[in-house]
Ligand binder design. Structure first.
Ligand SMILES: *Cc1c(COP(=O)(O)O)cnc(C)c1O
Length: 817
């Protein structure tokens, strides 16, 4: 590929005066910062960034993977001599990464479009790519890489072969945009829109607008709508292209829906013009108008614009993990196909441990003719470093490079050819990644490989889960360990799917309620230590066979475990001692203390890994004195135990609410539960991201006359008649009967509508009077709105019960953006 090549010496010259170079000709192609995402160690430069975990503590790990080039902070002392590695010392490693990105960007003088705004950045970027790709060789941000790090990595992809770049910029607080602007140096700016001010790091909407506009200070042209920016905030500089419903360059007049297409009419240079798009939701309309403005400002003819707009495809940036046929897991990422997103998808595939075998079904990767060899060489390298067992290549390009791949790889010229061969193929107990360009219609393959899904599904947003995990990690200091509660099917949200992500994110411990849950995780390849909270005599063998660590809460239990361990000749088996401090559920009482000590001291078949207790009311201020007492009791117990035990053990008592409210009770470890799943304990609920969305759909619509009744026992009545929709969720799915007769509200077309009548086993009815609904329309049972918390409150229960009550027949779909 015709990209600039940098040696480590070149990079040293750009970012620092202080370098320790052993091999100054090492050639650098990849910038990495995550030790879990190393694909080509020889050509990678590792930046030790200070994130949730300090990157410096991973230098050794990365070195062992074969990386020899490092950017570290001044004063960093490696744990040992790496005599064949190069070290560049800088004041601030993130700033150094940005300096390099900025330098690289400066080497090119083709247009760079920068997009910012509260929503729609990624869609506008992807649509512009669809609309302009015929005329330009575009380089763009992968997925929604738009952060301080993401922008730098996006810019690093620029090459001399491109002639247009489209880069997303996202900020979350004041002061960040200047850094992004200096890196991107945009020539064209797009501001998509401005959302509500709260929920992020800005005091007001105005402050947010001012910050966002900093991106465009030196741009030649800015495309925006005055609807979002008061004119006084627009500074001089860029030439402006405005759109909106008032007097603007592109003045939107009206919309008309006709079958599958929506026509948008507008006035431009005194003429009425229009586009047709295959979407009709408000967000898509705005995004399309923005793209239209961009094309008009580039002097595209209306004829070309119309033709291309009509062919716009939906942008599905998310990758989904679903259950497949024959006990397979399917990772469906079949809407885009380029090296950057392939790398991301392979990393996700790598996180999956539930099946030994990993297969990739990959289409041609669109690109320019002369680059093809290098594209497929990179693919071959990626497959090798990600230990992919099987490759199925679909398309003429990838087939023509079959020589680059392992002998066992299979190739087909087209999706149709593959589908024809599918009945004879034996996919069984493996994880299959589907990665195909839009023109290959991999959704057809996806349909054939995934299990039929019942319309109702619980969608789990893995990014949000990761976000919440990091929210709590940031609260802990480096010493405090983190145990995550994955009992009750991870509070209803999944088993190995969640555990894989937690393992990948290096939490220290998992905890489950029953041995079966722990065994299921082991079978799925989870290697983390797992505590089992409710073990019993009969399950000890299975616990030991699966390296699970029992909670021990009574002398009887302890004695019988010891008998078994002695029988099997096992020494120092890890156990967790549960202490009674006020919950009055499970745990050793004070009077057991001496006997407990005696057993533990005189017996080497067990080893105390931790001593812990559980708080009864950590989230509730009115019980704070009681909580303080519980903490003290545990302290007294563990202090005494520390005095006599010849080895150390962890102490822990904090659940989610206590992590937030009782910093003094963090001890050696905390046990994170509900917060991970996006339900906050105290007031931080709004700082967490929504993890679970329960979606279903409308199966029939009926007109109800005055006097008609709806559902069992004729409890449902619409006084003046109206319209009801029958929705595919009932109490057997976990939508409690208590939500009947208007107590429950579901989201239909952005509006909360009440239930009518009793909730049935598999269905319920809602009032959709005056809403233009049709059969098949989506219904949200919970998500951002209505929230799980509000559902719980309306039937006088707690979020825990709502979450764990969603029945197993509701399919779980995991996605990653
Ligand atoms: C469930 C559980 C937790 C987690 O509680 P959250 O309130 O969900 O954070 C912690 N410790 C024990 C012993 C538990 O059973």
């Amino acid at each position: 590929m015709d990209r600039l090549t940098y040696t480590i010496l070149d990079i040293a010259t750009i970012i620092t005066k202080h370098a320790l170079l052993r091999n100054e000709n090492d050639c650098i192609r990849y910038l990495i910062y995550d030790s879990r995402k190393v694909n080509d160690p020889k050509h990678s430069l590792f930046f030790a960034l200070k994130g949730n975990k300090d990157g410096h503590s991973f230098v050794d790990v990365v070195y062992n993977l074969g990386v020899r080039n490092f950017v570290v902070a001044d004063g960093f002392v490696p744990v040992r001599d790496y005599i064949d590695a190069n070290f560049l010392y800088v004041e601030d490693t993130l700033a150094a990464l940005q300096t390099l990105a900025k330098y690289h960007r400066k080497q090119f003088n083709y247009p760079v479009i920068a997009i910012t705004g509260s929503n729609g950045k990624t869609v506008v970027k992807e649509w512009l790519n669809q609309l302009l790709a015929i005329d330009f060789n575009i380089v763009r941000s992968p997925k929604s890489y738009n952060s301080q790090i993401g922008v730098a990595l996006s810019l690093w992809q620029l090459s001399a072969d491109n002639n247009l770049a489209i880069i997303e910029a996202g900020i979350s607080k004041v002061g960040e945009m200047d850094k992004l602007r200096e890196m991107i140096q945009p020539t064209v700016g797009i501001l998509t829109n401005i959302g509500p001010a709260h929920s992020d790091g800005f005091r007001s909407t105005e402050e947010k607008i001012v910050e966002k506009l900093k991106l465009f200070k030196e741009a030649d042209r800015l495309i925006y709508s005055p609807k979002y920016i008061p004119s006084m905030l627009i500074s001089e500089g860029p030439q402006l292209f405005t759109w909106g419903f008032e007097e603007t360059d592109l003045k939107v007049l009206r919309k008309e829906q006709d079958k599958g297409f929506l026509t948008i009419y507008a006035e431009f240079k005194k003429n009425e013009i229009s586009i047709e798009i295959p979407f009709n939701d408000d967000a898509s309309v705005e995004n399309a108008i923005i793209c239209w403005s961009v094309m008009l400002s580039m002097n595209y003819s209306q004829e070309i614009i119309q033709k291309r707009m009509k062919a716009l495809l939906s942008v599905e940036m998310r990758l989904e993990l679903k259950n497949g046929i024959n006990n397979c897991s399917i990772i469906d990422d079949s809407y885009s196909c380029d090296i950057a997103s392939l790398t991301i998808a392979l990393n996700f595939l790598q996180q999956q441990n539930q099946h030994k075998k990993r297969t990739l079904i990959l289409s041609d990767i669109p690109g320019i003719e002369k680059d093809k060899a290098s594209i497929y060489e990179t693919v071959a390298l990626l497959l090798k470093s990600n230990s992919i067992d099987g490759l199925i290549g679909i398309g003429q390009d990838i087939s023509s490079f079959s020589g680059l791949f392992s002998k066992s790889a299979i190739f087909y010229n087209s999706t149709a050819e593959f589908i024809k061969a599918l009945p004879g193929m034996n996919f069984y107990d493996e994880t299959i990644l589907l990665k195909g360009a839009r023109s290959f219609y991999f959704e057809k393959i996806s349909k054939l490989l995934t299990l039929k899904t019942h319309d109702t599904s619980l969608e789990i947003n893995l990014n949000a889960l990761e976000y919440n995990l990091n929210y709590y990690k940031r609260k802990l200091d480096n010493q405090t360990k983190l145990m995550v509660m994955v009992k009750a099917f991870s509070y209803g949200s999944g088993s190995f799917e969640i555990a894989n992500l937690l393992q990948f994110n290096r939490v220290d411990y998992l905890a489950v309620a029953y041995p079966d849950e722990g065994i299921a995780l082991r079978v799925s390849g989870i290697k983390l230590p797992i505590m089992v909270m409710s073990p019993d005599l009969l399950s000890f063998d299975a616990i030991i066979d699966n390296h699970l660590e029992p909670e021990i809460f009574s002398l009887d239990l302890l004695r019988s475990l010891i008998v078994l361990l002695e029988d099997r000749g096992i020494k120092e088996y890890p156990i967790h001692i549960k202490v009674e401090t006020g919950m009055h559920r499970l745990g050793f009482d004070t009077q057991d203390f001496n006997e407990l000590i005696e057993i533990v001291l005189t017996n080497n078949s067990v080893k105390v890994a931790s001593v812990f207790s559980h708080l009864a009311a950590s989230g509730s201020p009115k019980h704070d004195d009681f909580t303080r007492e519980q903490i003290t009791k545990l302290k007294i117990f563990t202090t005494k135990l520390k005095e006599v035990l010849p080895y150390s053990f962890f102490v822990h008592i904090s659940n989610t609410a206590a992590i937030e409210r009782w910093p003094e009770a963090r001890f050696d470890m905390v046990r994170l539960g509900i917060g991970l799943y996006g339900v906050g304990s105290v007031n931080e609920g709004s700082l967490l991201e929504t993890v679970a969305i329960l979606r279903t759909s409308i199966s029939q619509i009926k007109q109800i006359k005055e006097g008609d009744t709806v559902g069992y026992n004729r409890n449902g009545i619409l006084k003046d008649g109206g319209t009801i929709a029958t929705v595919k969720i009932g109490y057997a799915d976990g939508y409690s009967r208590r939500f009947g007769n208007g107590v429950g509200k579901l989201l239909v077309q952005g509006r909360l509508v009440p239930t009518v009548g009793d909730i049935c086993m598999d269905m319920c009815m809602v009032d959709v009077t005056d809403l233009p609904v049709k059969v098949g329309d989506e219904v949200i049972v919970f998500g951002k709105t209505p929230s799980i918390e509000s559902l719980a409150a309306s039937i006088d229960t707690i979020p825990y019960e709502i979450m764990t009550g969603i029945s197993q027949r509701v399919k779980r779909i995991y996605f990653y953006e």
